[in-house]
Design a protein around this ligand. Sequence first.
Ligand code: PGA
Length: 245
Amino acid sequence: MRRKMAAGNWKMNGLSANLAEVAAMNDAAKESDCDVLLCVPATLISAIDDAAPDVVTGAQDCHQNVSGAHTGEISAEMICDAGAEYVILGHSERRADNGETDKCVHEKTNAAWAAGLKAIVCVGETLDQRKSQNTLDIIGGQLATSIPDLATGENLVVAYEPVWAIGTGLTPTTDQIGEVHDFIRMRLERRFGEGVGRSVRILYGGSMNPKNVSEIAVVSNVDGGLVGGASLRATDFIPIIKTLS
Ligand code: PGA
């Protein structure tokens, strides 16, 4: 049985003044039957880890190297040291803004695992790729190259995030989500064996909100959500946590 996960991705949002929102989320997390995770800017990891013991904290990126002359970067070990348990890797905004490739995501995932972090590896197609019916080829390629060989149900979560659904208010149909999640499950089982392949959680991300979460949550092989905008406020995120519980 895979435990559901409600994962928030705060992106470049959040100040210490927002910790009051997190206190309310923590109360919901305490009563929930799912894992509640907040992937926050590195500046907030330690404060949220202290203020919200029932919320698991995560980061949104890490560097692939252990240490060294990389001004402005943060290593996996530093994130872990600040109190994070998870790190999002290969988010489409980093792929677009920072030119991150599947190979780079692979290296970062290995770095995260070496530091004892769990990786949430993001995959997803653009609108052009979907329109030209390349979705499954794109996702298959991203999975094959981004995820290293030593994946387990403990150290890996996969997030399917169609690029065109992120921050747009658009979502795929439940049939489209199910098709991609079933495909990801099949590829994970084929590569890592049935045991591992069945234990890795697959999250849906892209404009998930309190209104659409209940129909997405019951789609085959959807084990939770990676939620951007709707994870910033307790009034939006708490109903999502409750639906996924
Ligand atoms: P969104 O973002 O929920 O605001 O669409 C999701 C994400 O990018 O992880």
